[in-house]
Design a protein around this ligand. Structure first.
Ligand SMILES: [Zn+2]
Length: 198
């Protein structure tokens, strides 16, 4: 499988690559409940369709034909918000609200279907990819991701990004080395330099 990462823009305008490690965790960068509301990017069904055309499902096959209704969008956002609350709780070592876990369980029915072109054997998602399928894909991925027990939050004080720690040692600390990892390195270096006698 090709390595995959989404390009994000920090509050300082710098762009960086972030691999959250799973489709459901990728969905969490689109916004969320409460304090995450200001990051919301899914305002209309077309926003979700646009977001999907660039998501990690495209590492299997391109997503070209998407059909999302207003109701689909609201359901996907409700699922995203429930998963965000569960994932945050787990990343902080707390017990998630069972109602939020059940919301994920309730939405695992459908997912997009991969299909082969009988002539060329090229892989494609059966068209159209529907909002209900996106909901199912996110829910299934969320329950699998939770079951790994490896959801982490970036160690930077000012970063809330959640990711799946797939490192063999279970020691991934940063959303992105080029972003928070590097900022930490620069800060540590500065503190060390300031501590040196003149
Ligand atoms: Zn970070």
């Amino acid at each position: 499988m090709p390595t995959w990462a989404r390009t994000l823009t920090g509050h300082d305008g710098r762009r960086y690559r972030f691999d959250p490690g799973s489709f459901s965790l990728e969905l969490l960068v689109t916004g969320g409940p409460g304090e995450y509301r200001r990051y919301e990017v899914l305002h209309a069904p077309e926003d979700l369709a646009t977001w999907l055309r660039d998501c990690r499902l495209t590492t299997t096959a391109p997503i070209t034909d998407v059909h999302v209704t207003h109701e689909d969008l609201e359901r996907v956002k409700a699922l995203r918000d429930a998963f965000l609350r569960v994932a945050r709780a787990l990343a902080h070592g707390a017990a998630p609200d069972p109602a939020h876990v059940e919301a994920l369980n309730a939405a695992t029915a459908e997912t997009p279907r991969p299909r082969l072109d009988p002539g060329t054997l090229a892989l494609a998602w059966a068209a159209p990819v529907t909002g209900a399928q996106v909901l199912g894909a996110a829910a299934r991925d969320a329950v699998r991701t939770i079951a790994t027990g490896a959801i982490r939050e970036c160690s930077a004080d000012d970063c809330r990004l959640l990711f799946l720690d797939t490192s063999r040692s279970g020691s991934r600390r940063w959303c992105s080395m080029e972003r928070c990892g590097n900022r930490h390195k620069v800060r540590t270096h500065r503190v060390r330099r300031e501590a040196e006698p003149l």
